[in-house]
Write a new protein. Structure first.
Ligand SMILES: Nc1ncnc2c1ncn2[C@@H]1O[C@H](COP(=O)(O)OP(=O)(O)OP(=O)(O)O)[C@@H](O)[C@H]1O
Ligand SMILES: [Mg+2]
Lengths: 311, 253
């Protein structure tokens, strides 16, 4: 008989509950600290903080718009590049790749995710930026200059460079999650499509992608979450100038990198408070984005396809 | 209109294991033919060789000849896609596309063929659903409900409608009713009974009464070989092989 088993069971249960709660507590404390420490700036600028373009520590004028803009634009550039690539890699691995290559490929994409971001930054400075400056940016200016997105001197450093580095960092996230979602699509869906006489691509389209789209969207949003919060690599190549420019070749600034760069030198209390407020905004956005993404991925891998209605 | 199927010295492998050995069979047009045999004897493999689904699994191999009507299924110039467009298949577990409406499920095969005429499409969808005895149950929510929102039996009839919509010459059914309740099973059997006027049907079943009810011909498989192939009546009343007799009298399997 195991009469004594009651007590350890209970202890174990409480220990687990404590662990679980501690995560929520930490989250709550972070939020609390951010709010308290940004209260000065919150009161001083109100909503104008998020629409003002001025960032002038000397005159104690703080507006976050250039950083918000920089974060959004660099993330969009990253997604535009990373989504097709990431989904393509996942499709190749799950649907076409010979069995032997499969393990190697998925392992190496996952390895990409493990590289510290400062290494990506270094690589970008020494390899990517010169290539951009000498070859890619002049080309973009010649052929796509008319869009207005590629104007001004090709520094190499700038929004485009940041977007590309982010894309490389986001691809492994998108591709490994997409791969999971794709392999959760049951084989009978593929067989249904094949038996109707679809070609391989049609089979992928109607039997696989169509069933996986909510999950793929989740993977993309999770990648977005990564891109929004990434600091080091971006700071190294974006140019760190708080200005809003239409051209992707121009330098910019992001929310994460301004905090990292200016926190140590922020002398005034208002200056510090403004930086913390940017942190608060970034914190809230990334939490929401990640929660949304998890929900989507979860709904798919649990086999509860988000009900999709007829178009 | 249905066409006949001729199978000659058909062999199939999964990796190194041979699942079918030297199968020969002539399947009559516009009749239902049942495939019976104990679990693992190769029934599914056999029907999946008829529309070249077997080769879609990794490390599989097929040799031999299959002729469907005029078409050499394993001929050099015959693309698998073409074969599958002319041979409909219904699987053991209903597999409608959950991300598509009922309408789109039925229209899926036609849209693959590049069919775009809306009016004609509406017509074919309705006709296919009527043939599958599902029309009355779904006609009010054709484009609103997902294919996955139906009951299991309805889903299976939806899959039958989807297969019929492309007007195949042959319909392969791999235990189409094994996951269904008796009422849904009855509906599907009635359906097979009607369909065989215009289609050649091959149905795999574990249920011998079912074979007796719907099929004119029956083939008995054992360990990857076709042991006996004859009129259903003969198989069930007066089999010529001892092993067939043992199986149908329930002495094994
Ligand atoms: N995917 C597979 N990989 C390897 N071997 C397989 C695979 N599918 C089936 N087999 C083998 O091939 C043989 C025939 O299988 P098949 O599925 O055709 O049998 P079946 O008669 O349809 O059985 P059941 O009545 O259980 O559906 C079996 O011995 C099985 O072990
Ligand atoms: Mg089977």
């Amino acid at each position: 008989m195991r009469t004594g088993s009651r007590l350890p069971d209970e202890t174990f249960r409480y220990a687990m509950i404590a662990c679980g709660l501690s995560v929520a507590v930490v989250l709550g404390l972070i939020l609390y600290e951010l709010v308290v420490n940004s209260s000065l700036s919150l009161h001083q600028f109100g909503w104008r903080f998020f629409i003002s373009q001025t960032w002038d520590p000397v005159k104690d004028q703080f507006g976050a718009l250039p950083f918000i803009y920089g974060t959004i634009v660099s993330s969009i550039v990253a997604l535009v590049l990373a989504v097709p690539l990431g989904v393509g890699v996942a499709l190749f691995i799950t649907e076409m790749c010979p069995q032997r290559l499969r393990g190697i490929l998925s392992f190496s994409t996952e390895l990409l995710a493990a590289i510290p971001s400062v290494i990506y930054g270094l690589w970008a400075i020494f390899v990517l930026v010169p290539i951009l400056r000498l070859y890619i940016e002049p080309g973009l200016m010649r052929y796509f200059g008319w869009t207005g997105l590629f104007e001004g001197p090709p520094y190499g450093i700038g929004m485009l460079a940041a977007g590309i580095v982010l894309a490389i960092m986001v691809v492994p996230i998108i591709s490994s999650l997409t791969r999971e979602v794709l392999s959760a699509v049951p084989r009978n869906q593929r067989e249904a499509a094949l038996a109707l006489g679809s070609t391989r691509w049609e089979m992928i389209r109607i039997g696989v992608l169509r069933n996986a789209r909510a999950g793929i969207l989740g993977a993309v949003i999770l990648g977005l979450g990564r891109a929004l919060g990434e600091t080091m690599a971006v700071t190294m190549v974006i140019g760190n100038r708080p200005e809003i420019a239409k051209s992707l070749l121009a330098p910019g600034y992001t929310m994460a990198s301004v905090i990292a760069n200016e926190f140590t030198e922020a002398t005034g209390r208002l200056y510090l408070s403004a930086l913390v407020e940017i942190g608060l905004a970034l914190f809230l956005v990334t939490i929401v984005v990640n929660a949304l993404a998890r929900l989507l991925v979860w709904s798919v891998t649990r086999g509860l396809p988000a009900r999709v209605h007829a178009q | 209109m249905g066409v006949g199927i001729e199978v000659e010295s058909l062999n199939a492998w999964f990796g190194a294991t041979q699942a079918l050995q030297d199968i020969g069979m002539r399947i009559a047009p516009n009749h239902a033919t049942a495939i019976i045999g104990p679990s693992g004897c190769g029934k599914s493999t056999f029907v999946r060789c008829l529309n070249r689904m077997h080769e879609t699994l990794p490390e599989t191999r097929v040799t031999g000849k299959v002729r469907i009507g005029e078409m050499e299924v394993y001929g050099d110039g015959t693309p698998a896609v073409l074969v599958r467009r002319q041979v409909g298949m219904v699987f053991q577990k209903p597999n409608p596309f959950p991300a598509m409406s009922i309408y789109d499920n039925v229209a899926a095969g036609l849209k693959l063929n590049g069919f775009r005429d809306r009016r004609k499409l509406d017509e074919i969808v309705e006709r296919s659903l009527r043939m599958a005895a599902l029309w009355d149950e779904v006609k009010d929510a054709l484009k609103k409900k997902s294919g996955a929102s139906l009951s299991g039996g309805q889903q299976q009839r939806l899959c039958i409608a989807r297969a019929l919509a492309v007007e195949p010459n042959v319909l392969l059914m791999d235990e189409p009713a094994s996951a269904l309740d008796p009422i849904s099973t009855g509906k599907i059997e009635d359906l097979i009974f009607q369909l065989k006027e215009n289609y050649t049907i091959v149905i795999v079943t574990h249920n011998m009464q079912q074979a007796a009810r719907v099929a004119e011909f029956t083939g008995f498989f054992l360990l990857g070989r076709l042991i006996e192939f004859a009129k259903t009546e003969k198989i069930f009343t007066n089999p010529s092989d001892k092993r067939t007799e043992d199986y149908i009298t329930g002495r094994f399997g």
